[in-house]
Design a protein around this ligand. Structure first.
Ligand code: HEM
Length: 465
């Protein structure tokens, strides 16, 4: 049976799609690249027309700015004059104009919630939406809300009622350890479901439960050691996070609550959380593609589920730039390299360097030991679609091969029903074929997959596996 996943894959925002020429990206005029935009924002030019003044914007005022040369958009309660950005927007002027004079938060999030607009548009900030009295439905006590934005607590309260049955947490301690226990009340919880970070005294655990995130976010009351461990009791959906105390004293309380602590929020509303990862190695794979290995901080637990991607963030001349990438597993590498770095502390990325680009040359110039920010995983692809699969047919082109690596590995090792795996890998030239010899070795080794024939399909090369 040929099983074609019904969900879109790679995810709409993933680099594999973005890099493939894009579905709705438009060609920008000469001198309108991202680097040109960054230069303009650094030029000291008044981009808002308000001479650096920030104002409170009423809904009536916002609605007046709907022309290309006078276009204001509200995102998450903040108003930007996007007219200067119009010609630089990779999605085109018409797309940007869809949100003219209105709250574009939902539209923006639907297309690219990962785009770092705060940093890119900081010189275009007009101000904040004015607070207006809102009349509550029951005409009871008058509440104040921000135009274009519900207060967080209200959002979480409302949706928590609609979402999965409310998770909870508890904690206990021994002389040397503190254990935080999260009761998700879900059966399909595993180590991929929880992302834990401890940075600058703030402890944050995000548990993914269906389309929601349950967040524990605390300023811990005492210091802890750098490394932490995470265990999951799968059939009851219990997660245990074990922290090591720095001093063997008894804690009277766990800590004080920080933003969104103990709340269940739709995943799309959580914002992207980043941690700094160190560059461990960087090596050429083809003439223009490199394998980057990043190490997670010891106080982070993060596993990227198969088929999902993360965002890498770099600050380039003062502006934060974010790009999506799907990590690859190192299993193809283990054919040729010894020893391979094991455990989940390392994330590998196969990245094509575009010499005329902005982001990838910057990545390429990083030195071993430098840091790159890595986000929480994103994406809707579910490996459960592959259960009981007999034939797996994978199609990839160029760096679109990267999501296939983990899938290939998973399929060859975890699906007993599998009879045949085929990978059609399209490349412009033979030199572009990523990990060609490893794929050929794999094909030779695993006779059950019809791997290893290299076919020249017209002008394009394909590895048929
Ligand atoms: C709210 C209305 C907006 C709409 C409807 C919209 C739409 C789009 C679309 C359709 C694309 C092409 C995406 C693709 O091919 O996958 C795009 C790309 C992009 N947009 Fe917007 N956009 C909006 C606002 C903004 C704003 C306010 C910014 C501010 C910085 C922005 C920055 C970008 C960037 C950086 C990209 C390129 C992403 C990449 O690296 O591929 N957009 N947008």
């Amino acid at each position: 049976m040929l099983n074609v996943p019904s969900q879109s894959f790679p995810a709409p925002s993933s680099q594999q799609r973005v890099a493939s020429g894009g579905r709705s990206k438009v060609p920008l005029k000469q001198g309108r690249s991202l680097m040109d935009w960054i230069r303009l924002t650094k030029s000291g030019k008044d981009l808002t027309g308000l001479k650096g003044r920030l104002i409170e914007v009423t809904e009536e005022e916002l609605k007046k700015h709907t022309k290309k040369d006078d276009c204001w958009i509200c995102i998450r309660g903040l108003v930007y004059n996007v007219s200067p950005y119009m010609e630089y927007h990779p999605g085109g002027e018409d797309e940007l104009m869809k949100a003219a004079g209105s709250d574009g938060t939902d539209l923006f999030d639907q297309v690219h919630r990962w785009v770092n607009y705060e940093s890119m548009l900081k010189e275009c900030l007009v101000g904040r939406m004015a607070i207006k009295p809102a009349v509550p439905k029951d005409y009871g006590e008058e509440k104040k809300v921000l135009n274009g934005m519900l207060p967080k607590s209200q959002v979480t309260d409302t949706l928590a009622k609609e979402g999965p049955s409310s998770p909870s947490y508890d904690w206990f301690q021994t002389d040397s350890l503190v254990t935080i226990v999260i009761y998700t009340k879900q059966k399909d919880i595993n180590l991929d479901s929880v992302i834990v970070d401890h940075q600058d005294d703030s402890f944050r655990a995000e548990t993914i439960i269906k389309d929601y995130s349950y967040i524990i976010h605390l300023g811990l009351s005492h210091e802890i050691q750098e490394d932490l461990s995470v265990r999951v009791v799968e059939n009851v959906g219990k997660i245990e996070i074990v922290l090591k105390k720095k001093e063997n004293t008894s804690w009277k309380r766990l800590g004080h609550p920080l933003e969104n602590h103990n709340s269940l929020i739709p995943k799309k509303d959580t914002g992207l959380h980043y941690r700094k990862c160190q560059l461990i190695s960087k090596e050429g794979v083809t003439h223009d593609t490199k394998l980057f290995c990043l190490m997670l901080p010891p106080s982070t637990h993060l596993q990227v589920p198969i088929g999902q991607h993360v965002y890498l963030k770099l600050t380039i001349t003062g502006t934060e730039i974010v790009k999506p990438y799907t990590p690859v597993s190192d299993f193809l590498l283990s054919e040729v390299k010894e020893p391979v770095l094991v455990n989940n502390k390392y994330i590998y990325f196969l990245i094509k360097i575009y010499p005329a680009g902005l982001f990838t040359p910057e990545l390429d110039h990083l030195h071993i030991g430098d840091f790159v920010s890595v986000s929480n995983p994103e994406g809707n692809f579910k490996i459960s679609q592959f259960q009981e699969l007999e034939d797996l047919f994978l199609l990839a082109a160029g760096t679109g091969f990267t999501p296939m690596v983990k899938i290939l590995n998973y399929a060859l090792t975890n699906i007993p029903s599998l009879r045949k795996v085929k990978l059609m890998f399209f490349n412009k030239a033979e030199d572009d074929i990523i990990w060609r010899s490893q794929l050929e070795k794999l094909a030779f080794k695993d006779k059950s997959s019809s791997l290893g024939r290299l076919q020249n399909c017209g002008k394009k090369w394909s590895v048929v596996t």
